[in-house]
Ligand binder design. Structure first.
Ligand code: AMP
Ligand code: TRP
Length: 334
């Protein structure tokens, strides 16, 4: 039996090379060795106000970008979170096993409450409980996430353990997986901040769907540091970030790149980096366009994915309901 891997991205903003290097590229590599489920978490997305037609289109576009990046629907289960109602059902149950004190400690809630101060809704607050439901429904072993989600995973484990202590071993305790390569790609204009797909200034990120000329322009304008040496140094966050991107995309160690660019200036390094990004994105964009011309095929795949996910999720949900004493009736018996 392969171990279960589950992860998801919220359909907000624009998928970036940060998402590619920190998530999609690793997912692609994991799918051969693991039983993988990859979601588009639209229910998490609505904790921030979304325009309905943009949300709808972005879900299809993100799913298509997953596929174009090499997530294989024969190997992995790709689905939209809201298509599997067990997520909301389990989230409610788990919310009754989560303390306010635990949610109060979540740093993402605090930062999002600041960022979206005009709409601090209950969903934003209980967001980590829904994430726990996402994970626990599938008896997940490993959850690939970014550093910023570690706290949510620890909470997931605490909730699972609390439930298991009360009702017996229902949930598997998941482990986080934070890949070192590409774990943190930084913003192009402010390399002390993470490259964020919801950044209001697109010059801070390279989108997976950026045209070559746009990539060249953004890299040319990326902040570098004083001095002219091309090496990783914590006092040089700009050039360090660009070297990290180069290293992840080319799968060459940074030390080799430092040697290679020792005699070169920032301008020619940036030029080469832009070309490397363009070449990496080219086949992804080509496949994206091909699939977007066959939207019905993508929607069919998402239907299939949801069907597979539903069957698996239902198994856990049924067990949970039984253990807490709910009268479990299947649809046919109602
Ligand atoms: P987010 O874009 O914050 O919704 O994150 C979705 C996934 O992409 C998570 O698994 C993150 O770890 C990954 N990710 C997002 N931004 C970056 C980044 N700047 N560097 C590395 N990984 C990232
Ligand atoms: N909260 C995650 C993020 O912001 C997205 C997410 C939702 C997720 N449910 C998940 C990630 C389950 C991994 C597993 O990046």
């Amino acid at each position: 039996m392969k171990k279960v891997v589950l992860s998801g991205v919220a359909p907000t903003g624009t998928l970036t090379i940060g998402n590619y290097l920190g998530a999609l590229k690793n997912w692609k590599e994991m799918q051969k060795d693991y039983d993988c489920l990859f979601m588009i978490v639209d229910m998490h997305a609505i904790t921030v106000r979304q325009d309905p037609s943009s949300l709808y289109n972005r879900c299809i576009s993100f799913a298509t970008q997953y596929l174009a990046c090499g997530i294989d629907p024969q190997e992995s289960t790709i689905f939209i979170q809201s298509s599997v109602s067990a997520h909301s059902e389990l989230a409610w149950i788990l919310s009754c096993f989560t303390h306010l004190g635990e949610l109060n400690r979540m740093t993402q809630f605090k930062s999002k409450a600041k960022r979206y101060s005009s709409n601090i809704n209950a969903g934003l607050y209980t967001y980590p409980v829904l994430m726990a439901a996402d994970i626990l429904l599938y008896q997940t072993d490993i959850v690939p996430i970014g550093e910023d989600q570690k706290q949510h995973l620890e909470l997931t484990r605490d909730i699972a353990q609390r439930f298991n202590n009360l009702y017996g071993e229902v949930f598997k305790l998941p482990e986080p997986y934070i890949s070192q390569m590409g774990a943190r790609i930084m913003s192009l204009l402010d390399p002390t901040r993470k490259m964020d797909k919801s950044d209001s200034n697109p010059n801070n990120y390279i989108a997976l769907l950026d045209e070559p000329d746009v990539v060249r322009k953004k890299i040319r304008h990326a902040v570098t540091d004083s001095g002219s040496e091309i090496r990783v140094d914590e006092r040089k966050p700009g050039i360090s970030n660009l070297l990290t991107i180069y290293s992840c995309l080319s799968e060459q160690p940074v030390s080799k790149l430092e040697e290679r660019f020792a005699e070169k200036g920032y301008a020619s390094f940036k030029e080469e980096l832009a070309e490397l990004i363009i070449q990496t994105l080219k086949p992804i964009q080509k496949e994206y366009r091909r699939l977007m011309d066959n939207r019905d095929y993508v929607i069919d795949l998402l239907q299939e994915g949801a069907k597979k996910a539903r069957t698996r999720a239902e198994r856990t949900l049924r067990e949970v309901k039984k253990r807490i004493g709910f009268l479990y009736l299947t649809q046919d018996q109602q």
